[in-house]
Design a protein around this ligand. Structure first.
Ligand SMILES: [Zn+2]
Length: 233
């Protein structure tokens, strides 16, 4: 493999990580806010009430995404840190055992014993903790957790997604609010699904149909429940 293609691959991995998080956040924003809007509108609320509910949904959703992401990535980060601290201690206290351990990992991957020992020795001479983190614990630079960054990314992408159906509420005439929000949000979801699939190298049609179907189902269910509650209340 040539140098330049290796370089391109590494960047693709980086981009999938970021794009994936952003696309998922925006997806959540569209689906939950559009469902909320359609549900409240179906309960025969006026346009102002629908808009207020939608904005509240955007803020609440963005906060929930940020908090959830922060907690989950922090705990992953704590686990990684604890693992690295333990590994550092083991490397200091028992380097011979650690060399055997690393060589054994390479043997299990199909490297012959002599070569595995040689590779392990050379890698540990350069950066023992790095070699153990990567090959024993599976912690690489890419997977190293960054909680604040993850929280901000999810909150921002959720807000961008949520803004799309909200914008539709503002520009739609009151009598056509539900069908316009429904159709436009399905369109946004399809577009995002296509972008996500393209970035990740997945089948574009299948990904687009999947995300649009589940989004439309969520909106339809919420609209149905809104309608029922609207009749009862
Ligand atoms: Zn180790």
């Amino acid at each position: 493999m040539s140098r330049s293609s290796q370089h391109a691959e590494k960047h693709l991995v980086d981009r999938i990580g970021w794009m994936r998080a952003a696309v998922l956040g925006a997806n959540d924003g569209i689906i939950s806010t559009a469902s909320l809007i359609v549900g409240v509108a179906a309960a025969a609320a006026n346009q102002n009430a629908v808009l207020i509910a939608g904005i509240a949904g955007l803020v609440a959703g963005a906060m929930a995404m940020a908090a959830g992401e922060y907690v989950s990535v922090s705990s992953q980060s704590d686990t990684e840190r604890a693992d690295l601290a333990l590994e550092r201690k083991e490397l200091r206290d028992n380097p011979a055992f650690e060399l055997d351990e690393l060589a054994e990992i390479y043997v299990k991957r199909g490297v012959d014993k002599a070569t595995a020992r040689k590779v392990a020795r050379q890698l540990m001479a350069k950066n023992a903790l790095g070699a153990h983190a990567r090959d024993e614990l599976g912690i690489s630079k890419i997977t190293t957790a960054r909680p604040v960054q993850a929280a901000l990314t999810s909150a921002a992408s959720f807000s961008v997604g949520a803004a799309m159906p909200l914008l539709m509420v503002v520009v739609s005439p009151a009598y056509a609010l539900v069908p316009i929000v429904f159709a436009a949000s399905s369109g946004f979801l399809a577009l995002l699904g296509a972008i996500g699939a393209r970035t990740g190298g997945a089948d574009i049609l299948r990904a687009t149909v999947r995300v649009t179907f589940w989004g439309a189902l969520a909106m339809a269910l919420t609209a149905g429940i809104g309608k029922l509650v609207g009749i009862v209340v």
